[in-house]
Design a protein around this ligand. Structure first.
Ligand SMILES: NC(=O)c1ccc[n+]([C@@H]2O[C@H](COP(=O)([O-])OP(=O)(O)OC[C@H]3O[C@@H](n4cnc5c(N)ncnc54)[C@H](O)[C@@H]3O)[C@@H](O)[C@H]2O)c1
Length: 326
């Protein structure tokens, strides 16, 4: 057991997007006191339904960018911990508009962490991404693997990771960097294909459209269901491990396998193989699978919802709620 104060009150940044919303909901259900700060960025997975639902759970919501955190000092003082989910996550957008990606994923983040340095006793968790690894040759990928980002988003997320590490060394910030794999589930952005392939596949399923696979669809992805991620995030709050930890699932599946599992939920849709668009091919990471050994040891991380089950739960959710997401 560690020496830090038991966490009861959490500030979730980006709490109106996919991961932050599910996390805030779960924290509130577990009787944590939750405050959200979110800029409601239209290029992100922010959704007004998330705001409405969180308000019903008495979650306090501040609409602002995390770069303005000094204006919200009282909220920071009140919390025992922060889980930072504020980001732009589109790889393609980050190449089309690298400045906006640098602003949100690096500059705003540095303003935030620089403000937080005066609170080294508070736990602060930064959600990074497996995108920082880029193309790898050895699988599953360990935390010690070479960093090789293939796009602007990967570079900017990694730069922010370095600040967390720097501030942990220099100012004793109680920080943890989690490199997340592909996360999926209810609440993710499905309106277009900018934010994730999986959101778009689900869109195709619930709107009765064909799923288009680039090339043979043989690229492997490591898919983790949102509830399993939330449990691990919550468990990491009361650990005092400082450093970088991968969070993924136990298996990886090809895009074709994922499309076939989705089709089981709607046999009317077809699966088409199409040419890889050049702009996407250039920044594709190839295959990926995560080595989760450290997360299992430190945070009791486990995959309890397998891909077939998770996709079914996700599709059921969008069949009921798609009006809010399309
Ligand atoms: N979804 C995934 O598969 C995945 C995979 C790896 C890592 N991650 C990481 O997890 C985190 C959350 O991702 P997500 O899928 O929930 O994204 P999302 O786009 O659904 O949500 C991000 C939220 O952050 C808010 N936001 C953006 N910039 C902000 C700023 N400067 N200040 C305040 N709020 C801001 C947006 O308005 C949005 O509500 C990100 O750090 C992302 O890099 C996600």
């Amino acid at each position: 057991m560690n020496k830090q104060k038991q966490v009861r009150s959490v500030l979730v940044t980006g709490g109106e997007g996919f991961i932050g919303y599910n996390l805030s909901k779960r924290l509130a259900e577990k009787n944590f006191e939750v405050t959200v700060i979110d800029s409601e960025n239209p290029m992100s997975g922010f959704n007004p339904l998330h705001r409405t639902n969180l308000e019903k759970q008495n979650v306090r919501i501040i609409k602002d960018t995390i770069g303005n955190i000094s204006k919200h000092e009282q909220s920071v003082k009140k919390c025992d911990a922060v889980i930072n989910c504020a980001a732009l996550i589109s790889h393609l957008d980050s190449m089309k508009n690298p400045i906006s990606d640098i602003e949100n994923n690096t500059i705003e983040q540095i303003k935030f962490v620089d403000f937080m340095k005066q609170y080294p006793q508070k736990r602060i968790i930064y959600t990074s991404t497996r995108q920082v690894y880029g193309k790898q040759e050895k699988f599953p990928v360990k935390e010690s693997a070479p960093i090789n980002p293939v796009d602007s988003n990967g570079i900017n997320k990694y730069t922010t990771e370095l600040y967390y590490s720097l501030y942990s060394n220099i100012y004793s910030l109680n920080s943890l960097v989690l490199r997340l794999t592909n996360i999926y589930g209810p609440g993710m952005h499905i309106r277009d294909k900018r934010l994730s392939f999986i959101g778009w596949f689900i869109n195709r399923c619930v709107t009765n459209n064909p799923i288009e696979l680039y090339g043979e669809g043989s690229q492997k992805r490591d898919m983790l269901y949102i509830d399993d991620l939330c449990d691990t995030l919550i468990s990491s709050l009361n650990s005092d491990y400082r450093g970088t930890v991968n969070v993924g699932s136990d298996t990886s599946s090809s895009l074709m396998e994922i499309a076939l599992l989705i089709k089981r939920n709607n046999p009317r849709i077809s699966i088409l193989n199409v040419n890889f668009p050049e702009e996407i091919k250039k920044i594709d990471i190839g295959d990926f699978s995560t080595d989760n050994t450290l997360a299992k040891k430190l945070f009791n991380h486990k995959e309890t919802v397998n891909l077939e089950e998770g996709l079914k739960k996700t599709i059921d959710y969008y069949n009921k709620n798609k009006g809010y997401y399309l």
